[in-house]
Design a protein around this ligand. Structure first.
Ligand code: CA
Length: 734
């Protein structure tokens, strides 16, 4: 716990790690969103009739005017053949409409577009239907997720979108329900609880519909759950099958042949008490010809294998790509990217299907850039390993053995004896932000993260169902005292956009971004690549070269992936903008870059449009903290308690991104009722639950003292920054 050994590098890690955790519920009440100009409003019957046509044949036919499933097509390429907007004319792209969600938390959804009607999701699993051409709101569905459930959302109260199928819209809710909505009205037809309510499960991923079954996974490994994925009859909501990704208690009956094979790879320990992990919280792909459903499986619970499975073993099917027969939910093949994972290296990242020429042979492949930093190409019929190379710097392994397909771990990487500075960080070299594959350039585009992390074993680990259960000592990342260092090091957190040749397994070009946690991707046959960035810009790059061709401010960091579609022969591009997510809630990066965070927004562009966004209001004057009266020891104690309990949502060093309140700038009233909020649960309705189960009055007061000190630090930081900007005579470059 000593802060004396902190180095600049350590502090960089602190920043990065700050956002790892997140038991965060707070969000101000929505404000009214402006109504867009409208023509005749679409009737419920008209909307329902459009969605009635969405079935397997329509998804496979993949009319470029529509975006019918999460990845546009079952192969999840996120590439559109549309080329009306192209590298020659993209400079004429303008704002057709925008619609403010009235929320301030992260927005990660990929919109579904069906014949000019757009279905998307916002915070707390809310669903919106819009007239895609005008932005007029057609209906809204709020599943009324209890706000106190937000404390179980590791990575913000986000949702990545809906599925459309035969007249219905399907959404997974943060508290574990799968709800089927009448596409015409947004009224629920049926709803099922897909997760046990006595465990901290959440759903943030988009459902997929395969052969009449709605497939939905869940998350929660950080808190301690057992991963599974379930198929429900799309008409009735009846459960068709459930696939558990990890074995349960060995004394209980086993739920599938594949778990018998997995059991011997878990050795010692009592993993089932923490759950074992292996949640399927995001990515899927489907090959109708092979009749295979591919799922990406997450990290172990707890993260640290020395605690989870002290006798060693690969711990199947953690961190694996798994192929399932969607008829009955049986395992067909698996490939484990990180055997015995101890680093939160999920394989839940986006998976793309295509055909590639590998060693002179045409192969049906599946491709993934999971968190662990290697880009994988596998044969998707058999699961055979074809190739893997590092797409970001990797310190935990030297390479993947081409004979065995197993990574070769570096000594000490598993941090059992001493802490290990490791790349990638638990955020991964790539997280959930969708990639894209362009059949025009034969390149995969990766929204990559440049982040390290200090892993260390938590020797005092004890399972506590109310908190994170990683077995990793997060207090290693307490930030330093020097404000000058803090200002300098915050600039080290980066991300980039990589164009990757999956056959040669090498980077062809990259665009280095100033911040990390940039948006997902869309490629088009117009030689274009669209990406929103953490710095609040929406941009188009030339897919073949990476040249920046167009960009426009949206006044909030973008993390979601754009889509493109057409109505009446006119091509549009839509992106959902709203800073947040795991990194966003706690990193503080865009705020530091002067980004303006003003809430969530759906934006749609077309050639020649001339719409404009309102000028963002000036930031409010920051309140002055009360005088520092506590002793240095109390402040130190408060710093430790803060990083154990609060930093996951409110930021390392109490530097918030603006998604959740920045506690350095608490109002006078908040200071007055601090104990009532932290211990009394005064803001429970906003998602800030009572922490009286882990803190007493002295502890809360120590945290308060630390936050007052950080308020004074922030004043000093602003003074230093003001001095710097005065002494800079030249304009800022890049
Ligand atoms: Ca995780």
């Amino acid at each position: 716990m000593s802060r004396g050994i902190l180095t600049p590098q350590r502090w960089a890690l602190a920043l990065l790690s700050a956002a790892l955790l997140a038991a965060c519920g707070q969000e101000p009440a929505p404000t009214a969103a402006p109504e867009a100009a409208s023509s005749a409003k679409l009737s419920a019957d008209a909307i329902r009739a459009k969605v009635a046509n969405v079935d397997e044949a329509a998804i496979v036919a993949a009319d470029p005017s529509n975006w019918l499933t999460h990845g546009r097509t079952y192969d999840e390429q996120r590439h559109s053949p549309l080329a009306q907007i192209n590298a020659d004319n993209v400079g004429e792209l303008g704002l057709a409409w925008y619609w403010d969600t009235g929320t301030t938390r992260g927005l990660e959804a990929t919109p579904i577009v069906v014949d000019g009607v757009m279905f998307t999701t916002g915070t707390w699993s809310t669903v919106f239907a819009h007239d895609a051409r005008t932005g007029e709101l057609l209906w809204k569905y709020d599943p009324e997720v209890p706000r106190e459930w937000g404390v179980y959302a590791c990575c913000d109260v986000v949702n990545r979108g809906v599925a459309a199928w035969k007249g219905r819209i399907y959404v997974g809710t943060l508290d574990g329900r799968l709800v089927a909505l009448d596409a015409g009205t947004g009224q629920p037809d049926w709803s099922v609880q897909t997760t046990p309510k006595d465990r901290p499960y959440t759903i943030t991923g988009a459902p997929r519909v395969v052969d009449g079954k709605v497939i939905i996974g869940n998350g929660g490994s950080e808190y301690g759950v057992r991963g599974f994925i379930t198929a429900y009859d799309a008409d009735t909501g009846d459960q068709a099958w459930r696939f558990y990704t990890v074995p349960g208690n060995p004394d209980d009956p086993i739920e599938g042949e594949h778990l018998k094979a997995a059991m011997s790879s878990w050795r010692g320990g009592e993993w089932w008490k923490v759950g074992g992990g292996g949640t399927v919280w995001d990515s899927m792909a489907y090959d109708p010809d092979l009749n295979l459903l591919y799922i990406g499986v997450g990290n172990g619970a707890p993260w640290n294998r020395h605690i989870r499975s002290p006798g060693g073993g690969d711990n199947l099917y953690l961190s694996s790509i798994v192929a399932i027969n969607p008829d009955d939910g049986s395992l067909v093949w698996h490939y484990q990217t990180t055997p015995g994972d101890s680093w939160d290296y999920t394989a839940t990242q986006h998976m793309i299907l295509t055909e590639l020429e590998v060693k002179g042979e045409r192969r049906k492949v599946i491709m993934q850039a999971p968190k662990n930093g290697f880009f994988y190409v596998l044969d998707r019929e058999t699961g055979e390993f074809l190739s893997a190379e590092a797409y970001v710097p990797i310190t935990w392994a030297s390479h993947v053995d081409p004979e065995t397909g197993r990574p070769v771990e570096n000594p000490g990487a598993a941090y059992a004896e001493k802490p290990a500075l490791t790349m990638p960080a638990p955020y991964g070299g790539h997280n959930w932000h969708p990639m894209t594959y362009s059949p025009s350039t034969n390149l995969v585009y990766i929204p990559a993260l440049d982040l390290p992390f200090m892993y260390g074993q938590d020797n005092a680990f004890r399972y506590n169902p109310a908190t994170w259960n990683t077995g990793v000592e997060f207090a290693l990342t307490i930030p330093p005292d020097s404000i000058t260092e803090e200002v300098a090091l915050r600039a080290m957190v980066k991300g980039h956009l990589a164009a990757w040749d999956p056959v040669a397994q090498r980077e062809v070009w990259r665009v280095q971004h100033s911040g990390s946690w940039n948006g997902g991707l869309l490629s088009t046959s117009g030689d274009l690549l669209f990406q929103g960035r953490a710095d609040g810009m929406f941009a188009a790059y030339q897919a073949s070269t990476g040249a920046l061709l167009w960009e426009t401010p949206v006044h909030t960091g973008i993390i979601a992936a754009p889509v493109t579609w057409a109505v009446d022969g006119e091509q549009y591009v839509t992106v959902v903008a709203g800073w947040g997510g795991a990194f966003g809630v706690a990193s503080g990066i865009p705020a530091q870059d002067g980004n303006v965070i003003r809430g969530g927004r759906i934006l749609t562009y077309k050639l020649g449009a001339t719409g404009t966004l309102p000028t963002p209001p000036m930031p409010e004057a920051l309140p002055t903290p009360p005088p520092m009266t506590a002793s240095a020891d109390t402040v130190d104690q408060g710093e430790l308690l803060y990083h154990q309990n609060c930093s996951v949502c409110h930021g390392g060093g109490a530097v918030s991104s603006g998604v959740l309140p920045d506690l350095r700038y608490m109002s006078e009233q908040t200071h007055q009722i601090f104990q009532g909020i932290v211990l009394g649960g005064a803001y429970k309705e906003k998602g800030m639950v009572s922490f009286s189960h882990v803190l007493d009055s002295d502890g809360a007061e120590a945290i308060h003292a630390y936050l007052i000190k950080r308020g004074h630090d922030a004043m000093e930081e602003r003074r230093l920054l003001a001095e710097q900007s005065q002494s800079d005579s030249a304009p800022a470059g890049g």
